[in-house]
Design a protein around this ligand. Structure first.
Ligand code: IVH
Length: 590
C-alpha cells in the first residue's frame, strides 16, 4: 500500500506534467474530467495528510488548477458557429465530394471551387461592429470559444479598425493565427538560453503565445494572421462569391495568402494540390494541405452543413511524413467486445512535434498482412496527422534478431481459451461479462453516452465500484445506493445523490441505445438503430433467429452471427432479462 505522502508526490508530478501540456504546450493529453478528478484527489489527500503533519500544500500547482477550472479566459459565444472541415488525403474522396455536390444541386452547369492553403495554426473569430474590433475568440467547441480580445489586440496584422469603403454593420472575420517557422526557431533558441520550456512545433508555440495571461508576452511573440472566410456578415453591399468577399476583406486591411486558385474541375484542383505540396517547404509557415470550397455563396447556403461539417468545403490534406523505427514488442489488448487487438510497440519517434511509440494493428490478420516480426524495421506515420499507423515493414532490413509473433492462446485476463471469428480475421475471448478486462470495458461502455448514459460514472469510479465488490454486471448499477457510493474514495454525499439521480434518469432508455449498450461484436450505434427500427421491442430482438436477421437490410452475415452468439449465451440473456425488468426500454421510430 502506498503511503499518503507518496501518493501526494505522485499526483503532484502528474499534475505538473498535465499543467505543462495544457498551459505551456497547449496540447492536453487527458480530458478535463480526468484532470479535475486528479485535482480533487490531490486536495483531499493533502487535507488528510495535513491534519497529522505540518507540510507545504501545492499552492502553485493548485493555483493553476483553479485557473483551469475557472477558465483563464471568459467565454465568448460566436454569432455563427465555427464549423470544422471533413478531411481526406485521397483523390477519390475529392471526386466523391464533387459528385455529392452535383447530386445535391441540380441544374448547375459549372461549379467554381476556391482552393487555398490549409494553414496549421489556430482558428480565431474576430467580431467587428461598424468597423471596430469588439471581440476576439478561439474556436472552442464551435459555438463558444475563449475570449482572447486583449491578446489579439497585440497582433499587428489584425486591424483594430477596418479601413476603406463598404464597412459592414457587423462582420465575424475568420482566420488562422500562426507563427512563422523562422520565428518559432528563434523563440525556441531564446528559450533554451533562458532555460525555459521549449515548444514542440509552431502550432503549439502559436497556441501558447495566444493563450497568455499577460498580453505583453503575446506581443513579443511575432504572431501572424491570415483570413480564410467569415461568419455573420451584415452589410448593405451584396457579395456573391467567396473570392469577392476575400478581396473586399483584404481591402479593409487584412492579409490573405496569395496562393489561392479558382478551379472549375477536379483536374485543376489536383494540379493546385500537387504544386502546393511540392513547394510547401519554401513557405515560412506550416500548412497541412489545401482547402477546397465552393465559391458561390448562394450555393454554399443551399448546401448547408451536416453535423459540424459544411457540405461545401473539404480539406485535402497532405500525407504526413513517414519515419523509420524498429518494433520492440507486440502486445495484445482485450477490448469491450472481447476482440483481441495487437499493438505494436516501437522505438519512440517524433512526427510533426508529437512523440509516438505504439500503433494499433486492429486485428490479428494485420500481423500476417503486414508480415510483421518483433525487431523488424518499419515506417510509421500519423494518419490524418493524428493516429499513429504502420505504413511498411522493411523486410529487406530484417536481421537475425527478428522473431515471429506468437499469438496468445488464452485470455490474459480470465484465461479462457481464445476463439477465432468465422472469417479468421480476429481472435476474441468468448467470456463476455465473465472476463474481468472485458467486463470493465463493457461496464464503462454501458454507462457511457453510447450506452444508457449514466452521468458522473466514468471509468475511474467504475473501477472503484468493481474493486469494492459493488459492480459486477450492468444490473448492479441499478442496485447501487447513495450509502454504498459514499464508501468510495472521491465520492462525497452530494455526488452520491447526484449519481443515484442520474442512474434513475437513465432507466428510461431508447431501444437502439440499449441494444448498443450490450457491447455485441460489430453492433455499434448505426447497426443498433437498424435493429431497433426492425424489431421495435427488446423481446422481439432477443427472440430473433438467424434467418430473420439475414433478411434485414444492412445486417450482414458476420453481424448476424455475432448477434446469435450473444443471445445464445445464457449468462448474457440472464443479464438482459434482469435489465428488462429494471428498465423502461422504449422505442421511437426514426
Ligand atoms: S475554411 C467551415 N480555410 O482548418 C469551416 N479553414 O480543420 C471553414 N483552416 O477550423 C474553414 N486554413 O481553423 C478554412 N484556408 C483555410 C484554412 C482553414 C486552416 C482551419 C480552420 C478550421 C480547420 C478545420
Amino acid at each position: 500500500m502506498k503511503s499518503i505522502y507518496n501518493k501526494i508526490v505522485e499526483l503532484r508530478i502528474q499534475l505538473r506534467y498535465h499543467n505543462y501540456m495544457y498551459y505551456t504546450l497547449d496540447s492536453p493529453v487527458i480530458s478535463d474530467d480526468i484532470y479535475d478528478q486528479l485535482c480533487i484527489d490531490l486536495i483531499k489527500l493533502e487535507k488528510e495528510y495535513g491534519k497529522k503533519n505540518s507540510f507545504n500544500k501545492s499552492k502553485k500547482i493548485l493555483k493553476q488548477i483553479g485557473g483551469k477550472k475557472l477558465h483563464i479566459f471568459s467565454e465568448c459565444i460566436h454569432k455563427s458557429p465555427m464549423l470544422s472541415l471533413k478531411s481526406t488525403n485521397n483523390i477519390s474522396d475529392i471526386k466523391f465530394f464533387e459528385q455529392r455536390i452535383k447530386n445535391y444541386i441540380n441544374n448547375v452547369d459549372s461549379i467554381q471551387y476556391y482552393c487555398d492553403l490549409k494553414i496549421d495554426g489556430l482558428a480565431v473569430n474576430l467580431l467587428y461592429k461598424n468597423g471596430l474590433l469588439v471581440s476576439a475568440s478561439t474556436r472552442g467547441d464551435g459555438y463558444i470559444g475563449e475570449d482572447i480580445t486583449r491578446n489579439v489586440y497585440m497582433i499587428s496584422s489584425i486591424p483594430k479598425k477596418l479601413v476603406g469603403n463598404n464597412i459592414p454593420e457587423v462582420i465575424e472575420i475568420r482566420g488562422e493565427v500562426f507563427i512563422k517557422k523562422s520565428d518559432f526557431l528563434i523563440l525556441n533558441q531564446l528559450s533554451v538560453l533562458k532555460n525555459k520550456k521549449i515548444f514542440s512545433n509552431p502550432r503549439n508555440a502559436a497556441a501558447g503565445s495566444l493563450r497568455q495571461l499577460n498580453p505583453n508576452i503575446t506581443k513579443q511573440r511575432k504572431l501572424m494572421f491570415f483570413v480564410y472566410g467569415c461568419g455573420t456578415f451584415i452589410s448593405d453591399k451584396k457579395i456573391y462569391s467567396h473570392n469577392e468577399r476575400l478581396i473586399q476583406i483584404q481591402q479593409w486591411g487584412f492579409s490573405i495568402h496569395r496562393d489561392y486558385l479558382l478551379c472549375s474541375n477536379i483536374k485543376d484542383i489536383i494540379e493546385f494540390y500537387n504544386k502546393i505540396y511540392d513547394n510547401r517547404m519554401k513557405l515560412d509557415f506550416e500548412i497541412d494541405g489545401i482547402v477546397v470550397k465552393i465559391d458561390s455563396i448562394v450555393l454554399q447556403k443551399k448546401l448547408g452543413y451536416v453535423e459540424k461539417y459544411p457540405r461545401w468545403a473539404i480539406a485535402f490534406k497532405f500525407f504526413s511524413l513517414d519515419i523509420e523505427t524498429r518494433i520492440k514488442d507486440i502486445s495484445f489488448q482485450i477490448g469491450r467486445t472481447g476482440i483481441i487487438t495487437p499493438v505494436a510497440h516501437f522505438i519512440p519517434v517524433n512526427i510533426s512535434g508529437v512523440t509516438i511509440s505504439k500503433a494499433s494493428l486492429h486485428n490479428i490478420s494485420m500481423i500476417k498482412k503486414l508480415n510483421i516480426y518483433i525487431n523488424d524495421y518499419i515506417t510509421v506515420y500519423r494518419a490524418g496527422d493524428v493516429i499513429p499507423k504502420i505504413r511498411n515493414v522493411l523486410v529487406n532490413k530484417r536481421d537475425k534478431l527478428a522473431q515471429q509473433v506468437i499469438l496468445p492462446l488464452y485470455c490474459s485476463s480470465c484465461h479462457s481459451k481464445l476463439l477465432y471469428s468465422s472469417n479468421f480475421i480476429f481472435l476474441y475471448c468468448p467470456s463476455s461479462f465473465l472476463c474481468p478486462a472485458q467486463n470493465l470495458q463493457r461496464l464503462v461502455y454501458f454507462a457511457s453516452k453510447f450506452g444508457i448514459h449514466i452521468k458522473g460514472l466514468g471509468k475511474k469510479n467504475i473501477i472503484k465500484l468493481i474493486n469494492h465488490g459493488y459492480l459486477c454486471t450492468p444490473v448492479d448499477f441499478f442496485t447501487l445506493t447513495a450509502e454504498k457510493l459514499q464508501t468510495i474514495p472521491g465520492i462525497g454525499k452530494k455526488l452520491s445523490y447526484t449519481i443515484i439521480d442520474n442512474i434513475s434518469y437513465s432507466k428510461d432508455v431508447r431501444l437502439d441505445k440499449f441494444i448498443c449498450s450490450l457491447g455485441i461484436i460489430d453492433v455499434g450505434i448505426s447497426i443498433s438503430k437498424i435493429l431497433a427500427n426492425y424489431y421495435k421491442s427488446i423481446t422481439n430482438f432477443i427472440n430473433t433467429n438467424y434467418s430473420v436477421l439475414s433478411e434485414i437490410k444492412g445486417i450482414g452475415v458476420n453481424i448476424s452471427y455475432s448477434i446469435i452468439k450473444f443471445i445464445k449465451n445464457k449468462n448474457n440473456i440472464y443479464i438482459v432479462f434482469r435489465l428488462i425488468e429494471m428498465l423502461n426500454i422504449f422505442f421511437i421510430s426514426k
